[in-house]
Design a protein around this ligand. Structure first.
Ligand code: PEP
Ligand code: MN
Length: 333
């Protein structure tokens, strides 16, 4: 059984702890250094450690996700991207097409979502498609176009990385690396984005429990990247009237268990255009730190996910509604 212990400490405690054979991670909280020692069954002489003069407290972390847990880091983690701080009282609004399809499409949508108040542009250049015959994305050319469109309108960029070999390339263009639902348990990929110097948006797997999802975030954090944004995007259930079942329970559950920000994707969560706004409003009311929404100016001709994409005018109306809900719960857009 791996164990985790957080405690207040200074000096070379980390080095001395490592001599027991554990990995040591550090966070700072309330002016104290907190160290988390993790190891697979490695015996640590905790009674001895407790006696070290610099040690204020030793506390076991009972949950399997140690670094992700509130026991390790009680305050919310804030992640700065462009002009928004994800996890703060200001909601992070990410919007854009499912896939980047070309210059005109990307610039048109970037202009629209920026005008409505989004601060991050979404868009896939590497697309995980159910069918190998569906549009697979424009690859690096798509990233190049999206970067220029986003820059022209002061937006940051979030884009999906599908495998380990794409991480460095996507990180050159994007501000946030998206790990898709289908890759939530691709541990090689989690390790690779764990080594990246960019925030990671980790989508919940199609059939993943909340604990499995948090354990995937733990993989990223244990590899050195503490900038993880969790994204609820709906799970598979027996229900067929919607594409997925958006699990809004996950928001308060994750908020209690973890210090990481949680955003919601009502586009993939419902799969149906006129269901996106109600679920986006509900997500904000339930305490989500932000939204990621598909928007397309000509969804009937979109190369992917047109049926769930909002028209720019619908996104604009939604942001106005979100603004009112945010005010009611002490947050802002
Ligand atoms: C996407 O955001 O474009 C996407 C493919 O989402 P998911 O991984 O949640 O299906
Ligand atoms: Mn999509």
């Amino acid at each position: 059984m791996p164990h985790g212990v957080g405690f207040f400490a200074t000096g070379d405690i980390a080095t001395r702890l490592r001599m027991f054979g554990v990995a040591v991670h550090r966070t700072d909280y309330d002016g104290h250094a907190r160290l988390c020692a993790v190891g697979d069954g490695v015996p640590v002489a905790w009674d001895e450690v407790r006696q070290w003069p610099e040690v204020e407290a030793v506390q076991p972390i009972a949950v399997p996700f140690k670094l992700v847990s509130r026991a390790f880091h009680p305050h919310p983690t804030l992640i700065s991207v462009g002009r928004c701080t994800i996890g703060s009282d200001q909601l992070a609004l990410m919007a854009g097409p499912c896939s980047i399809e070309g210059e005109e499409q990307a610039f048109t949508i970037a202009a629209a979502v920026a005008r409505s108040g989004a601060s991050v542009m979404r868009g896939g250049a590497y697309k995980p498609r159910t069918s190998p015959y569906s549009f697979q994305g424009l690859g690096e050319e798509g990233l190049r176009i999206m970067r220029r469109a986003a820059d022209a309108h002061g937006l940051a960029v979030v884009s999906e990385v599908m495998d380990t070999q794409q991480v460095a390339l996507v990180a050159r263009y994007a501000d946030i690396l998206q790990v898709g639902a289908r890759n939530m348990q691709n541990y090689s990929l989690l390790k690779e984005v764990g080594h990246a110097q960019k925030p990671v948006l980790l989508k919940r797997g199609l059939a993943a429990t909340i604990e499995e999802w948090l354990m995937s975030a733990e993989h990223i954090m244990s590899n050195g990247n503490s900038q993880v944004i969790l994204c609820e995007r709906g799970i598979r259930t027996f229900e067929t009237y919607t594409r997925n079942t958006l699990d809004l329970n996950a928001i308060p559950v994750v908020k209690e268990l973890s210090h990481l920000p949680v955003i919601v994707d009502p586009s993939h969560g419902t799969g149906i255009r006129n269901k996106v706004a109600p679920m986006a409003r509900a997500a904000v009311a339930a305490g989500a730190d932000g939204l990621i929404i598909e928007v397309h100016h000509d969804p009937d001709h979109a190369l992917s996910d047109g049926a769930q994409s909002l028209y720019p005018v619908q996104f604009d109306e939604l942001v106005d509604q979100i603004r009112m809900i945010a005010t009611a719960i002490g947050r802002r857009v």
